[in-house]
Write a protein of this length. Structure first.
Length: 147
């Protein structure tokens, strides 16, 4: 199963640090690049095990549930066909389960501003206040004060 995470109009993907809970964005091309194998949180400066947002996790769980329910129904349907002419066992699969609605993933946080990290010659989108008080480079983890 594959879940596609959309980019915003500038090509940035929304991420969430599971250590501090803050949101930030990096370019989708940077996430898929071999140049960066770790991402540091620009706010707490730590490396999280995952930066997947709760919205993406919710979509993944609903997709997995839909797939599992479909597979279980198919197994029951096959069993129903096998027992159709059996005089000892008569099995009915019942109604096909309804699919859980999965809303499309959206890059919903637009209040983030682009920060230029000169250390790595790259950019990320972070909260405006963090641009002024300083942040950590998501690509090398170094402390960075833009102003």
């Amino acid at each position: 199963m594959e879940i596609k995470i959309p980019c915003d109009d500038d090509g940035y993907v929304l991420l969430q640090c599971h250590l501090c809970g803050e949101y930030f964005k990096v370019r989708g091309s940077d996430i898929n690049s071999d140049d960066f194998y770790q991402i540091w949180c620009p706010y707490c400066g730590l490396i999280s095990d995952s930066y997947v947002t709760s919205e993406v996790i919710d979509v993944a769980l609903k997709s997995a549930t839909n797939t599992a329910m479909e597979e279980i129904y198919n197994v029951f349907k096959d069993f129903e066909k096998k027992t159709r002419n059996n005089k000892f066992i008569n099995f009915k699969a019942g109604k096909k389960p309804k699919q859980i609605f999965i809303p499309p993933i959206q890059s919903k946080i637009d209040k983030l501003e682009t920060c230029n990290y000169e250390c790595c010659k790259n950019q990320a989108k972070i909260m405006p206040l963090s641009k002024y008080i300083g942040s950590y480079c998501p690509f090398c983890g170094g402390r960075y004060d833009e102003l």
